[in-house]
Each structure stands twice: as C-alpha cells, then as structure tokens.
Ligand binder design. Structure first.
Ligand code: G3P
Ligand code: CA
Length: 242
C-alpha cells in the first residue's frame, strides 16, 4: 500500500500555513488529506493556527486563549508569508469543515493542547466533526496521552492518533495500550524496528514532516501508512513514480 499524503498545515510551502488558500491549494495539488492545528479562543471558538501565540503568523501578538473570536478574526494571517495573501484571516474549524465536507479528503485535526491546557477541547472539536458527519474520514491527533484517553472514553467512532517527537517520545506499544489506532512519528526518529513494531501491533504509522525528495522516497520505501508534507505536489509526484 502506498502512503496517504496529508498536506501539512495545507500546502504550506506555497501559501500561508493553516489558511483557506493553503488548504485549497493542497486540494488542487491532489493531496489525499489535509493536516491542521486547532486551538481555542477565549470564548471557546476552535480556530486553526499552529502556535499558541499569534506573533509568528499574524500582524499582531498575544496568546489565542486571550483573544475573543471577534478580535482574532480581524487579524491578517497572510501578509507575513507574502503580500499576495494580505488580509487572509485565521480560519475557524467550522470554515474548514464546511469547505472539506463535499471534497474527497481525509482530515487530520491536531489538538494543540500540549502547552496551553484548553479545557474540553477534545469534546468541542469532536462535536464539530460529528455535527458535520465527518468522523469516518477524520483523525484527531495529539501529543497529549490524556487527550487520547478522553477522546476514547468520549466516543469510539473516530480515529485517534498519538503524536511523538524528540520531547514526547512514545513507542508503538504506548499508542496501542492507550487505545490510539495510529502513531504519528517525527521523520528523523524512524527506524526499521519501529516500522516492524507498528505492523505487528496493527498501529498505523505516519511520518512528519516529510519534505525532501530523499525523505519522501525513503518513507514510501518503508511502507508507512501516511506522511505529512508541506509540498504535496512533490510527494504526489514521487508516489506515482515509485
Ligand atoms: O501532525 C504532524 C505535525 O503537524 C506535528 O507537528 O509542530 O508541525 O504541528 P507540528
Ligand atoms: Ca500539526
């Protein structure tokens, strides 16, 4: 099986990450799925942005948890990337689900709650996905094992993935024991042993963030279930080639 290609924060090499233009471009580049990050505003609106603070990717500063949605939606999340994207707003989860609803895309929604403890983010995000009837093609991922447990206790009809990194380094069996059906692993941490272990324990293995041609090729050769890439066009090209 060839890996499923998820555009990481949309086609984020070509357009400002986690914005509707980046998602649309990824779709046009024939990505199989879109990965995005969710945080909560002060008034509990789920919005799509990677960092807890808006400073890097908008024309303002401060923590998302301290902004109301009304305040946040006025920020420009495109100009930092290019003047061509001036006045592009931070999308809500609802904007994203509305857009994705009638497109044949897999969705990966990452809960960004490993630094800020957003209360009830698991339930809030799940309820939106469920209301849009998208649970059958959505994965919720998180670095937070407690969120995996909460999501599984809460509902079982959606795929849950545990994220790992150098800092949060969970082996396959931890994902399995928690009840997650997938492990999302930093590309640099992959070994043949991990690939074999994922296969044996029936845990899906997906790699992030795979951008260089050599890494895309190696990921395909490893036979992983999926990869997250900023360059979905390139990944699509190599997947067709091999
Ligand atoms: O979901 C994979 C990847 O997005 C996790 O890392 O920092 O890019 O959100 P990050
Ligand atoms: Ca992410």
């Amino acid at each position: 099986m060839k890996p499923t290609l998820y555009a990481h924060r949309g086609a984020s090499y070509y357009a400002p990450e986690n914005t509707m233009p980046a998602f649309e471009l990824a779709y046009q580049m024939q990505a199989d799925g879109i990965e995005t990050d969710v945080q909560l505003t002060k008034d509990q609106v789920p919005v799509l942005i990677h960092d807890e603070n808006v400073k890097r990717t908008t024309n303002s500063s401060g923590y998302i948890k301290d902004y109301t949605y009304h305040e946040l939606c006025q920020l420009d999340a495109g100009s930092w990337f290019s003047p061509n994207y001036a006045h592009t707003p931070i999308p809500t989860l609802e904007d994203f689900l509305t857009w994705a609803k009638h497109k044949p895309l897999y969705l990966n929604i990452e809960l960004k709650n490993n630094k800020v403890a957003y209360h009830h983010i698991e339930a809030i995000v799940y309820e939106y996905i469920s209301a849009y009837q998208l649970t059958n093609r959505t994965t919720i991922s998180t670095f937070n094992p407690n969120s995996v447990v909460k999501l599984l206790n809460y509902r079982k009809n959606i795929e849950i993935a545990l994220l790992t990194s150098r800092r949060y380094r969970y082996p396959i069996h931890v994902a399995k024991e928690l009840g997650a059906s997938a492990l999302h692993l930093k590309y640099k941490l992959i070994t043949p042993k991990i690939v074999a272990s994922a296969y044996e324990q029936n845990v899906k293995l997906r790699l992030y963030t795979v951008n260089r041609p050599a890494h895309i090729i190696r990921s395909i050769q490893y036979g992983v279930d999926g990869m997250f890439t900023d360059v979905p066009d390139l990944a699509f090209y190599y997947r067709n080639l091999l």
